[in-house]
Design a protein around this ligand. Structure first.
Ligand SMILES: *Cc1c(COP(=O)(O)O)cnc(C)c1O
Length: 398
């Protein structure tokens, strides 16, 4: 008998968390590491949100709640969808979970079976393929092109569809590329989903983090027909700098939400009562902190994209949203430093950490080996010094 399940044996820990752990260990030894590894905003959670949590504790709101979230929070989420996306949902179509990742996990458990295919465009968020596999379904990776802004074309999507296609995972704006689909593009995606009868899982966690006036559109808002086939995965983590509070939510067809709620009721039960109260304040309170955060991200984006594109042999797509850049370093593959040959994104990331003392996440983890992911959720000073260090270290490769 083997100790571990086949399920557990097939999993490896999230690579983004692993890189950060290694960088932190070096920092603990007194080495100054510049980290572009973070998958979270570097800002503090806004004061009004923290106060709401403190109030919840003081008022004794510290017990079990309804499994799928308190009505007050569901109503705040319903209000958000109405206000921001002109989408109308009922309470029975909303489920609050322990983070957007948990929302996606519950959804995968609720709708995927053995034999189902799930189209995941690459570069993809690291957790999609394992969560699809854990549910027994098969991830079908659709490789997008850098020159297409890391977006699918209609032909590419149609080619990936088979009679077994159960769903497409859409993440716009995207982690790791920051690319985002326009209304026109979402329209043909919706058309293909409707004509081939598959679901769209729309991960909209970066909805609010967009630049240069980019107009975010939820695919669910295009028509009643596509809304019936769309499940929106969302959360407060990125918009309100609340990654540690663990609140995500899902909106979609009642039957799916109800199945997800059953799964949640037999596993985690309700998300933290205190965080739920804080999330009500996040969604319904003043939104000006969000604007300040996004404008700081926007300045850093402009700077880091320009700097990276100035490095010979590096190309960097200018993202429309999120807080990552995904530069192509592959022209350096095949070069060496002190007899150490760099041949892929993992070896280059190791080289950056050892020689430049800069942490990045290898593109291969997102299904795209020519690239590295750099998060600019860090100070302007660190971005400047980090890119200087990367540039210097690349010059050492021969
Ligand atoms: C951060 C993130 C999430 C959700 O994160 P939680 O902390 O679990 O709420 C979901 N999707 C993507 C693409 C993300 O980057």
């Amino acid at each position: 008998m083997s100790l571990l399940s086949n399920r557990a044996k097939s999993l490896k820990p999230s690579p983004t968390l692993a890189i950060n752990a290694k960088a932190k260990a070096m920092q603990a030894q007194g080495i100054r590491v510049i980290s572009f590894g973070a998958g979270e905003p570097d800002f503090d959670t806004p004061e009004n949100i923290k106060k709401a949590a403190i109030k919840a504790i003081e008022e004794g709101f510290t017990k079990y709640t309804a499994v799928g979230g308190i009505d007050e929070l569901k109503d705040a989420i319903i209000h958000k969808f109405q206000r921001d996306n002109q989408l109308t949902y009922k309470r029975s179509q909303i489920l609050v979970s322990c983070g957007g990742k948990h929302s996606f996990y519950n959804l995968a458990q609720a709708i995927f079976d053995h034999g189902d295919e799930v189209i995941i465009p690459a570069p993809y968020w690291v957790s999609y393929p394992p969560m699809v596999s854990l549910a027994g379904a098969t991830p079908v990776i659709l490789n997008t092109k850098e020159e297409n802004g890391f977006k699918m074309t209609p032909d590419e999507l149609k080619r990936a569809v088979t009679p077994k296609t159960k769903a497409l995972v859409l993440n716009s704006p995207s982690n790791p590329t920051g690319s985002a689909y326009t209304r026109k593009e979402l329209e043909w995606i919706a058309e293909i989903a409707i004509s081939h009868n598959f679901f769209v899982i729309s991960d909209e966690i970066y909805e609010k983090i967009v630049y240069d006036g980019f107009e975010f559109i939820s695919i669910a808002s295009l028509s009643e027909e596509i809304k019936k086939r769309t499940i929106i995965v969302h959360g407060v983590a990125k918009t309100y700098s609340m990654t540690g509070w663990r609140i995500g939510y899902t909106a979609g067809p009642e039957e799916i939400i109800s199945a997800m709620s059953n799964i949640q009721s037999q596993s985690t039960s309700n998300p933290t009562s205190i965080s739920q109260k804080a999330s009500v304040e996040a969604l319904t309170g003043p939104q000006d902190e969000v604007g300040r955060m996004v404008s700081a991200f926007g300045q850093r984006r402009n700077y880091i994209v320009d700097r990276l594109n100035e490095i010979p042999g590096v190309s960097c797509y200018k993202p429309a949203g999120a807080f990552y850049v995904f530069p192509n370093f592959s022209s350096y593959y095949g070069r060496s430093y002190q007899g150490r040959r760099i041949s892929n994104s993992t070896e280059l990331a190791d080289f950056f950490l050892d020689v430049a003392r800069v942490a990045v996440v290898p593109g291969i983890e997102f299904g795209a080996d020519p690239f590295e992911r750099l998060s600019y959720a860090t100070s302007m000073e660190d971005i400047k010094e980090g890119i200087d260090r990367i540039e210097d270290s690349l010059n050492k490769l021969v």
